[in-house]
Structures are given as structure tokens and as C-alpha cells.
Design a protein around this ligand. Structure first.
Ligand code: AMP
Length: 143
């Protein structure tokens, strides 16, 4: 999908927000949801989305909704640093399929970086759900 198009209310993240699909939740407030990426690029890879925004990407989003998303990104990034002790943390966001976007509900990636351990984007290896749950529990202790 290009940078232009209609929001699909049945995209995976919309289903997660509605509770039609499970997720390993790390954080939720009135506006946003933070959860573990099931195909993680590193240990502790999380995603943050807005729960009501129909933005597909950064170009579509209302600035107030974006501010809520980024506040939560900072909160989760701080929690990841405090609990997982990474060497660095990548914050990234893809716009349009040619740029690497696969889910067209605006989301921001939080990817803890450990020396010598970073898998490529969309590498296709699904995480163990118990491991994701354990990581989510650790990160929550950092709020
Ligand atoms: P992007 O390629 O930027 O659109 O990122 C989409 C991300 O969503 C990828 O990193 C996928 O691993 C992740 N993902 C896809 N399906 C799910 C899911 N059901 N729960 C959590 N993460 C998912």
C-alpha cells in the first residue's frame, strides 16, 4: 500500500484494540496501547499505537494523537532502559510498503539494542509467548 489510501478498520492492530485479537500488553492509558511485537527484532521489541486514531501513517495523524503516542513511546522507552539494561534503543516508524510498513495503523517501534544482537525488520521469526509475557512483566516494573 502506498502512502495514500483508506484506513482498513480490520487491520491487525485495530483488531487488537477491539479485543478481537490477543496481544501481550505492556501499557495502556486512555489514548494509547503499548504491546510486545510478536516478531521481535530484539528482546523487548514493543509497539505503541493510538486506540482511536484512524491514521495509517505519520502523514495522516492528528498532531494531538501523535503527541499522545510519543508520550507513551517515551514512557515505555524509559521503562525498557530501566529494566532490560540495553546498550541502545532504536525508535522507528515506517510509512508505506516500500519503506517497510506492513500494518497500516500508525505505530512506533521501540527496539532495545544489545551489542551484536539485532535481527532485520520483518525477519519472520515468531517469539515464544511465555518469553514475551515475562519481558512485559519486567518492563512494567519500570513505570
Ligand atoms: P511495520 O512493518 O512497521 O508495519 O510493523 C509491523 C510490526 O507489527 C512488525 O514488526 C510485526 O512483527 C508486528 N506484528 C504483526 N502482527 C502482530 C501481532 N499480532 N501482534 C504484535 N505484533 C505484530
Amino acid at each position: 500500500m502506498s502512502l495514500e489510501g483508506n484506513y482498513d478498520p480490520d487491520n491487525i492492530f485495530a483488531k487488537i484494540v477491539r479485543g478481537d485479537m490477543p496481544c501481550v500488553k505492556v501499557y495502556e492509558d486512555a489514548n494509547t496501547l503499548g504491546f510486545m511485537d510478536v516478531f521481535p527484532q530484539s528482546s523487548g521489541h514493543m509497539l505503541v499505537i493510538h486506540k482511536r486514531s484512524k491514521a495509517r501513517n505519520l502523514l495522516d495523524v492528528n498532531p494531538d494523537d501523535l503527541a499522545h503516542i510519543m508520550n507513551s513511546v517515551q514512557k515505555l522507552t524509559r521503562a525498557a532502559k530501566a529494566t532490560l539494561n540495553p546498550d541502545g534503543i532504536i525508535i522507528t516508524q515506517y510509512n508505506g510498503a516500500p519503506a517497510g510498513q506492513t500494518v497500516f495503523h500508525l505505530h512506533v517501534h521501540i527496539i532495545p539494542r544489545y551489542e551484536g544482537d539485532l535481527k532485520p525488520h520483518a525477519s519472520g521469526n515468531m517469539a515464544d509467548m511465555d518469553e514475551l509475557q515475562a519481558l512485559a512483566t519486567r518492563i512494567k516494573a519500570g513505570f
